[in-house]
Design a protein around this ligand. Structure first.
Ligand code: AMP
Length: 449
């Protein structure tokens, strides 16, 4: 148990004030370990679970180090980019910069976020005024470099956040181009929730004699997240999801699908059933994504359905429940997805709906997290009902044998019509997350022996 306080970490009063205002009382373990190392000027390779307070672990010492360089001058030349934080997704970029801004609010240091998917021209004037801390996705940063709206030759500190994800998403060529633009003399910090061999290789390439910290066992899932698996036919997943949503006390539920099309379809289906749901994925415009996320954070949308793109960046305080409508084929993604709940000490529930075809992925996940997840069988009560629902089930989408369908299926525009009405005495149906107008088939759940 660490008893360090933020004041023990040699942070300036203006930073401590902002932390107090953010409601932070004690540093999280990754903060307690990382902050002194970064202040010392060492390179760092940090393996930390999602939701452990990684952002402040690098942002606070960066602010502390840059404080003497803060300037009141309006000249852009007095505000060169001194710290560059690279992140893989737009959502994460926005959230990291929001945190930096909150921690820096009593300092004169400026921060900015740039990411793709929005008009580059809207970012240019802000960049031109000069910022000390720039949070960016790699592609958009390079666009700005090409347009000469940013210079990176005074960067003293580089942060690669979610480095494993950057690797997965194929950012290596962009990263190498960016690195070539930075001064050789600099401090580099790398954060990664998972510690694959590739990540270790990457760290050997980018970091110089790094200090290694690993706060929790790498690849472990947050201990305060209760995990559960329902073994269920793909065709029954929608009914089970609706049932789980209605049976849950959770006011906010994040649902993950593998594909964008399933996310959109599921959102539409749930909306028709009276659940306030929305989808967030890479095909949505940046504005739509931000609006959906804001509505979810403010509680106007109870169920947010997303693909893995959404998994990384989202930081929603006290998110009580995550449901994997489909489990990811990359086991690391499971860790990231369920890391959306149980953040910063809060408890959470992570439920996965696993079809027989997905059980192989489940085995991989259990191998990675090094424990078996509790399983229950979920079965539709009437086989006939299932057969009737099957043609409209989501299983078409990912079935390898499924014939190619026309891009527009008129079925999607029809209102959802349940085939079996729910048993109202089922206790699970009594507390809806939002009031459904229609019932969907009740699924029987049996604990697996
Ligand atoms: P992160 O892992 O950086 O995404 O942080 C996860 C969540 O924990 C965010 O909501 C932070 O605002 C919050 N957080 C970070 N550090 C602390 C702290 N020392 N005390 C309380 N909450 C924190």
């Amino acid at each position: 148990m660490n008893t360090t306080s933020f004041a023990d970490l040699n942070l300036a009063p203006e930073i401590l004030k902002a932390l107090a205002e953010s409601g932070y009382i004690t540093p999280t373990p990754v903060q307690a370990q990382a902050i002194p190392i970064v202040l010392e000027g060492r390179d760092l390779m940090a393996g930390a679970q999602t939701g452990t307070g990684k952002t402040a672990a690098f942002a606070l010492p960066i602010l502390q180090k840059l404080l003497p360089l803060a300037s009141t001058s309006t000249s852009p030349a007095r505000h060169p980019v001194r710290a560059l934080v690279l992140v893989p997704t737009r959502e994460l970029a926005i959230q990291v910069e929001e945190s930096v801004k909150a921690y820096a609010k009593h300092t004169r240091l400026r921060s900015l976020v740039v990411f793709g998917g929005v008009d580059i021209k809207t970012q240019t004037p802000h960049l031109k005024t000069g910022v000390e801390i720039l949070v960016a996705t790699p592609g958009r940063l390079l666009d700005h470099v090409e347009q000469k709206t940013v210079q990176l030759n005074q960067v003293q500190i580089l942060v690669l956040d979610e480095a494993d994800r950057m690797l997965d998403m194929g950012f290596m060529p962009d990263l190498k181009r960016i690195l070539a633009l930075l001064p050789k003399q600099r401090q580099s910090l790398m954060f990664s929730a998972t510690f694959s061999n590739e990540i270790k290789k990457l760290s050997a390439e980018f970091l110089i004699h790094p200090k290694l910290i690993e706060v929790a066992r790498s690849n472990a899932t947050a201990e305060n997240v209760t995990q559960k698996v329902y073994l269920v036919a793909q065709a029954d997943k929608h009914a089970l999801l609706a049932q789980l949503l209605r049976g849950s006390d959770a006011t906010q539920v994040l649902v993950f699908t593998k594909t964008k099309i399933t996310a959109s379809r599921l959102a539409r289906q749930l909306q028709r059933e009276g659940v306030s749901a929305d989808a967030i994925h890479g095909d949505k415009s940046q504005l739509e994504r931000i609006q959906a996320l804001d509505a979810f954070k403010q509680g106007r949308v109870a169920v947010l359905i997303g693909t893995d793109v959404a998994a990384r960046g989202l930081d929603i305080d006290q998110l009580p429940m995550v449901i994997n409508y489909e489990i990811p084929s990359a086991p690391e993604d499971y860790v990231h997805r369920i890391g959306r709940t149980g953040r910063a000490g809060a408890s959470g529930t992570a439920i996965s709906l696993v079809s027989p075809e997905e059980e192989k992925y489940l085995k991989e996940i259990e191998k990675l997290i090094k424990h078996e997840i509790q399983k229950e069988n979920a079965i539709a009560p009437h086989p006939a009902a299932r057969a009737e629902r099957a043609p409209r089930g989501e299983h078409h989408e990912r079935s390898h044998a499924a014939p190619k369908k026309p891009s527009h299926d008129p079925w999607f525009d029809k209102p959802y019509e349940p085939t079996v009405s729910a048993t109202t005495e089922n206790k699970q149906l009594e507390r809806p997350v939002s009031k459904p107008k229609k019932e969907v088939a009740a699924i029987l759940v049996r604990r697996q022996s």
